[in-house]
Design a protein around this ligand. Structure first.
Ligand code: DAH
Length: 360
């Protein structure tokens, strides 16, 4: 009789275990079979009431059933756990190739944009980009540029001085990018062809001046470069930068201690409907200073002025950005106003190239 009961119970439990849909259902089943009041436990209790002979045959049968059911439940549990884990993993899959945001939100600041445009134009003419420190010594910022102490041109620079080091000189925040000329000529042999864009500082602030602003310096040194090359180079630059075929330029005689002769360059333009048109009209706009490198500067850099010569130029980048993109207050450049940046900024992936167009 017991054998029959055991078989029925085993068949029943086996199909219930295989059919258990999840771990909870399986646990309920385990309690119903092997728990304190479970079917198999109840069955085992009947052993106590049996005669020793009966017990000898029934005992192993019952124990066998208990073991098999226990193992079956454990195996099913492992399977269900593995299936639950697999389901969770596939449900929680992250597609890392999806963009975080629908589109890039950041904008390129007009100064960065113009800087990239300038580098692109000069790189095309074979210029390398050189750099120098923002905190300069007096020698590189002034003396070696033919502005010895007491030179009146120093006064025009509204220099920011750092506190003097003990027994030492006062360092300055560079007032122009021209000291990079000195650093380049002192560390490289001609031929030299570089531009040096960067931050510059002067104690000045109004709609067209900020205490920190940007300049780009240009320098060409070899044995035969002359003023004609300077003019050709700047003409190519201005027409590429303003994206106009013919830009009329005016080289006005001027004075800079580090160039001789020196000139300031104006471009023909007109303001029409609040917009600047380059290459037309009757107005002239000054955009940069330039000249042939003064032999004294070459001497400061240990270059023989009998052998080497060349030209240099310096230009305000912020001003070029204002002119090209129609912004009228320089201070807004450095206000970090997001609305301004969204309006005047450039798309991050629109990198200016000569082939694709500098500005779009
Ligand atoms: N360093 C001058 C300034 O900040 C600009 C300049 C003029 C640079 C003439 C030059 C140059 O290299 O030749 O006002």
């Amino acid at each position: 009789m017991t054998k029959k009961t055991i078989e029925t119970l085993e068949t029943e439990l086996t199909s219930a275990i295989t059919g258990a849909a999840d771990i909870d259902a399986l646990e309920q089943l385990r309690i119903r079979a092997l728990g304190k009041k479970g079917a198999i436990t109840d069955l085992m209790k009947t052993l106590g009431r049996m005669s020793p002979e009966e017990r000898q045959t029934e005992g192993p049968l019952m124990n066998g059933l208990k073991t098999r059911i226990g193992e079956m439940i454990a195996a099913r549990k492992t399977d269900l756990e593995a299936a639950a884990l697999a389901a969770r993993i596939s449900e929680e899959t992250l597609d890392v190739s999806l963009p975080v945001r629908p589109g890039p939100e950041g904008r390129i600041h007009p100064v960065s944009q113009v800087l990239d445009e300038i580098c692109e134009i000069f790189a095309d003419m074979g210029f390398a980009v050189a750099e120098g420190p923002d905190i300069e010594d007096d020698f590189h910022n002034f003396t070696a540029l033919n502005m010895p102490p007491e030179h009146p041109a120093r006064q025009m620079h509204d220099t920011f001085y750092l506190p003097a080091e003990e027994g030492g000189e006062r360092m300055v925040l560079r007032t122009h990018t021209s000291p990079v000329q000195i650093r380049t000529m002192s560390s490289q042999k001609p031929p030299i062809r570089i531009i040096a864009p960067g931050r510059t500082y002067r104690s000045d602030s109004d709609a067209t001046h900020t205490p920190m602003f940007h300049q780009v310096e240009g320098l060409v040194i070899d044995e035969s470069t002359h003023m004609g090359h300077l003019k050709g180079c700047l003409e190519a630059f201005v027409s590429a930068f303003f994206e106009v075929d013919d830009v009329e330029m005016r080289f006005r005689p001027s004075y800079f201690p580090f160039t001789e002769p020196s000139a300031e360059v104006d471009i023909r333009c007109v303001f029409k409907d609040g917009e600047l048109r380059v290459g037309e009209g009757d107005d002239w706009l000054e955009i940069l200073g330039c000249g042939m490198v003064n032999p004294k500067v070459l001497e400061y850099c240990d270059l023989d002025p009998e052998r080497y010569q060349g030209f240099a130029f310096g230009c305000g980048i912020d001003r070029l950005a204002m002119l090209k993109y129609g912004m009228n207050d320089l201070r807004a450049f450095f206000d970090s106003d997001l609305r301004w940046l969204r309006h005047y900024g450039f798309a991050a992936l629109d990198i200016p190239t000569l082939g694709g167009g500098l500005s779009r």
